[in-house]
Ligand binder design. Structure first.
Ligand code: ATP
Length: 235
């Protein structure tokens, strides 16, 4: 089996003195989708924030392609190919759709490819193409979600950390986003770590699932057996 793109070992993190994540081990295979599942407060968001470097780990290590990410600043994480789309979307509401998307490629040296990536995002998200000059605050929730995801994609990430992309979206739009993630994995080999409350939707596209409870990994695998689903996922 190939080495994982992302590996976390014994990861511990939290806010202040009390740890939220306890000794989390995680391997994410390149070109796969991994769903991170668990009840509210299980530590899913904290895990993504720790992996992307927004929140410093208090113990353990994270490596991308075998290279330790300890102490790597957020800008450098982006250069190494890690894109984090946080819950709540993070769109700059005073900027236009086009300006928001261009922000995602500002740091890139290959300007020609940044332009190509921008064109591809407009092809993928047709509603954004029709609203290029709209400001963030004029968009619907679904369009903002597309914009946040599109902005990450303009940076051509290798690893996408995606926090609750379906939050507040109509089921039709959620299904569209899930299909898009599958397409990006299959066509471009994108690796995705997906936090989702929409467990069925996430499991439908995931190659692997990890279930967190109280900051610990309680199970992982390609399918979640019925007892565990009842115990941790409520269905
Ligand atoms: P949700 O689905 O509700 O977003 P989650 O699984 O993503 O839940 P986290 O948001 O990671 O869980 O929260 C895990 C724990 O950390 C919770 O007990 C929460 O109260 C606590 N927590 C989260 N953010 C902070 C913060 N900024 N300061 C202090 N405690 C926090």
């Amino acid at each position: 089996m190939s080495a994982p793109l992302l590996r976390a070992e014994g990861l511990t993190a939290g806010y202040g003195a009390a740890p939220v994540l306890h000794d989390v081990d995680l391997d994410v295979v390149a070109g796969s989708i991994t769903a991170v599942l668990g009840a509210n407060g299980a530590g899913k968001t904290t895990l993504l924030r720790t992996l992307s470097g927004l929140l410093p780990a208090t113990g353990g290590r994270v490596a991308l392609d075998g290279r330790d990410l300890r102490g790597v600043r957020v800008e450098e994480m982006v250069r190494r190919g890690v894109a984090h789309v946080p819950e709540g979307r993070g769109v700059v509401t005073e900027l236009t759709v086009d300006e928001n998307l261009r922000l995602g490629g500002l740091w890139r040296r290959d300007r020609a490819d940044a332009r190509r990536a921008l064109g591809e995002v407009y092809e993928l998200f047709e509603p954004l193409a029709r609203r290029r000059t709209f400001h963030g605050h004029q968009l619907s929730g679904g369009e903002r979600q597309m914009l946040a995801l599109g902005r990450a994609l303009v940076g051509r990430p290798r690893l996408l950390l995606l926090d609750e992309p379906s939050l507040g979206l109509a089921p039709r739009v959620t299904a569209q986003i899930m299909r898009l993630l599958r397409t990006l994995r299959d066509r471009s080999g994108l690796t995705v770590l997906l936090v989702e409350q929409n467990v069925r939707g996430a499991l439908a596209i995931a190659d692997e699932a990890v279930v967190l409870s109280l900051g610990r990994v309680v199970t992982r695998g390609t399918s979640i057996d019925e007892d565990l689903r009842h115990a941790y996922l409520g269905f």
